[in-house]
Design a protein around this ligand. Structure first.
Ligand code: F0G
Length: 458
C-alpha cells in the first residue's frame, strides 16, 4: 500500500534526551534572550526547528567513516574520497573543501567579483549576498514574481524570470555580470525548487553572453526530488541521474554540506575551470587551510563523502520531504497561513497574515517566533524584516515575505514531534487577537538577525 506520509526508513540506535520546560521557565528564557530565538540556549528548547543546518543525525556508516579519518596535513585519503563523490554525483572536476557554505561563498566572491559588478540571483540568501556586497558587487533579484506571493501555488517557484535576467544583461552589460548565482532550492522563498527546464534555459542565456552559472547547491537533493515528482519526463529517473543532469548546467557550485550532504559541519566550492580553481587554491590557504583539507578535518570529509551517497537514496529523500509535507498539511487544514507549496526543508508561516494587526516594523515574524517558543518550547526562526537588514541609507528593507521558518532537521524528529508543533501553532492562531509586536533595542551592522535584541512594546 502506498502511504500518504511515508514512515521513517531507519531505526533509532542512539537517543539524545531533550528538555521539557514549564511556561514560567520559558517566559524567563525568552526575555533573557531578548526575544530572539537565536539567543536561546539549546537546553531551553524542546523541539529545535531553528535550522536544518548542521543538525542532521549521521548514519552508523558515517560514524564508522569518522574512525577512518586520515588527519595528514596534505593529501589525506578522505579528500580523495570527497573529490570522487563530488565528481561521481555532481560531475565537477575540482573540489575545494571549506569549513562551511559561507567559506565557499567567500572564495567564489573573491575570485570572480570586481568592484562594480552585478550578481543576479533567484532571491538572496543572507550570507551569499553579504559576501557579494563585501566584494563590491550589487545583488539583483531575478526570481519569478510568483515567488514573492506566499499563496501562489507553483511547482517551481524558485525559477528565474528569463526576461528579468535578459533585461538586466541589457541594462548593465554582460561584462559586469561575472556569474549568475542560482540557488537550488531557494531557501528564503520557502524551500522552492527550480525546474530542469529553467536551469537549462538559464545556462543557454548565460553561455550566449559569456556569463558563468554558479549553483548554490546547498539543498540540491531536495530540488532533484521535486523535479522527479513534478517535472514531465523525470518520474522514472533516479535522484542521482537528475542531480547529475542539474549540475551539468552549472560551471561550479558552492555547497553548505550541513544540509544535503548530511553532516554537522563542512562545505566546498566545486569548479570545472582550471584557472578559477588555481585562484581558489591560492586563496583557500589564506582563509581555510591547505587545498586538500581546506576547512575540514579528514574524518569530516569522510562523513561528508559517505553522506553524499546516502542523500541520493530515494527512500531517504522521499521520507524527508514527506515529513515537511505532513507538518504543512496539518497547519493548512486548520487554516493557519503558510507559504505554498510546502518546500523541501521547512514549513514557512506567513506572519503578515498570521498577525495581520502588527505592522511590519513592529516585527510580526520575530513576535510569532517568540510566541511559538513561549507556547511550546519549539524554536523557529524569523525570516522577514529583521533578516533582510538595512539598505545603504540606513532604512529597513521591507521584504514582501515576512515569515517564520519551521525548519526540519534531517533524520532527527518523528511525526509525533510534528504533531506537537502543529497543535501548538494552531492554538496560537486561534488566540492571535490582541498579541502585540516588539521593538528592537540592539542590532549589529551586518547580519543583524543573529544577535538583535527586542523588548515587548509598552
Ligand atoms: N546558502 C543557503 C541557501 C543556505 O541556506 C545557507 C545556510 C548557506 C548558503 C550558508 O551556508 O551556513 O554552511 O555557511 N543556511 C542556514 C540556514 C544557516 O539556517 O538556512 P553555511
Amino acid at each position: 500500500m502506498e502511504r500518504k506520509y511515508v514512515a521513517e526508513p531507519y531505526k533509532i540506535k542512539v537517543v539524545e534526551p531533550i528538555a521539557v520546560t514549564t511556561q514560567e521557565q520559558r517566559e524567563k528564557f525568552i526575555r533573557d534572550a531578548g526575544y530572539n530565538t537565536f539567543l536561546l540556549n539549546s537546553e531551553e528548547v524542546y523541539i529545535d526547528l531553528l535550522t536544518d543546518s548542521g543538525t542532521t543525525a549521521m548514519s552508523d556508516n558515517q560514524w564508522a567513516g569518522m574512525m577512518q579519518g586520515d588527519e595528514s596535513y596534505a593529501g589525506s585519503k578522505n579528500f580523495h574520497n570527497l573529490q570522487k563523490a563530488v565528481k561521481d554525483l555532481y560531475g565537477f572536476k575540482h573540489t575545494v573543501p571549506t569549513h562551511q557554505g559561507r567559506g565557499a561563498e567567500n572564495l567564489l566572491s573573491q575570485i570572480m567579483i570586481q568592484e562594480g559588478d552585478v550578481i543576479p540571483g533567484n532571491m538572496y540568501f543572507t550570507t551569499t549576498r553579504a559576501h557579494q556586497e563585501l566584494n563590491g558587487a550589487t545583488f539583483r533579484d531575478v526570481i519569478i514574481d510568483e515567488a514573492h506571493d506566499s499563496t501562489y501555488d507553483h511547482p517551481f517557484k524558485g525559477n528565474v524570470d528569463l526576461e528579468k535576467f535578459q533585461a538586466l544583461i541589457d541594462e548593465v552589460g554582460a561584462d559586469y555580470i561575472p556569474y549568475i548565482c542560482l540557488a537550488v532550492t531557494v531557501n528564503l522563498a520557502g524551500g522552492q525548487p527550480v525546474s530542469m527546464e529553467n536551469m537549462k534555459a538559464v545556462s543557454n542565456v548565460s553561455k550566449k553572453h559569456n556569463i558563468k552559472v554558479m549553483f548554490d547547491a546547498t539543498r540540491c537533493v531536495e530540488n532533484a526530488y521535486f523535479i522527479k515528482e513534478r517535472e514531465e519526463g523525470y518520474a522514472d529517473k533516479t535522484i542521482a541521474e537528475i542531480l547529475h543532469e542539474m549540475m551539468s548546467y552549472a560551471d561550479g557550485c558552492t555547497m553548505s554540506g550541513k544540509k544535503d550532504t548530511l553532516v554537522n559541519i563542512g562545505g566546498f566550492l566545486a569548479l570545472n575551470d582550471d584557472e578559477l580553481y588555481q585562484k581558489a587554491t591560492e586563496l583557500v590557504v589564506v582563509y581555510e587551510g591547505m587545498p586538500s583539507y581546506g576547512g575540514m578535518a579528514g574524518r569530516d570529509m569522510e562523513a561528508m563523502a559517505r553522506g553524499m551517497y546516502e542523500a541520493v537514496d530515494y527512500n531517504y529523500i522521499h521520507h524527508r520531504v514527506s515529513q515537511c509535507q505532513y507538518l504543512g498539511d496539518r497547519l493548512e487544514e486548520a487554516g493557519v497561513p503558510i507559504v505554498k507549496p510546502v518546500g523541501g526543508h521547512a514549513v514557512f508561516l506567513d506572519a503578515k497574515k498570521f498577525y495581520d494587526h502588527i505592522p511590519q516594523d513592529e516585527f510580526p515574524a520575530q513576535t510569532l517566533a517568540a510566541q511559538i517558543y513561549l507556547e511550546s518550547g519549539v524554536r523557529s526562526m524569523e525570516r522577514g524584516i529583521v533578516s533582510a537588514g538595512r539598505d545603504d541609507d540606513g532604512n529597513h528593507y521591507y521584504p514582501e515575505l515576512e515569515l517564520v521558518r519551521l525548519t526540519i532537521p534531517r533524520r532527527v524528529y518523528t511525526y509525533a514531534h510534528m504533531d506537537v508543533v502543529a497543535d501548538s501553532i494552531i492554538d496560537l492562531y486561534n488566540e492571535r487577537a490582541g498579541v502585540e509586536g516588539l521593538k528592537m533595542v540592539y542590532e549589529s551592522p551586518v547580519l543583524r538577525f543573529f544577535t538583535a535584541r527586542f523588548e515587548p512594546l509598552e
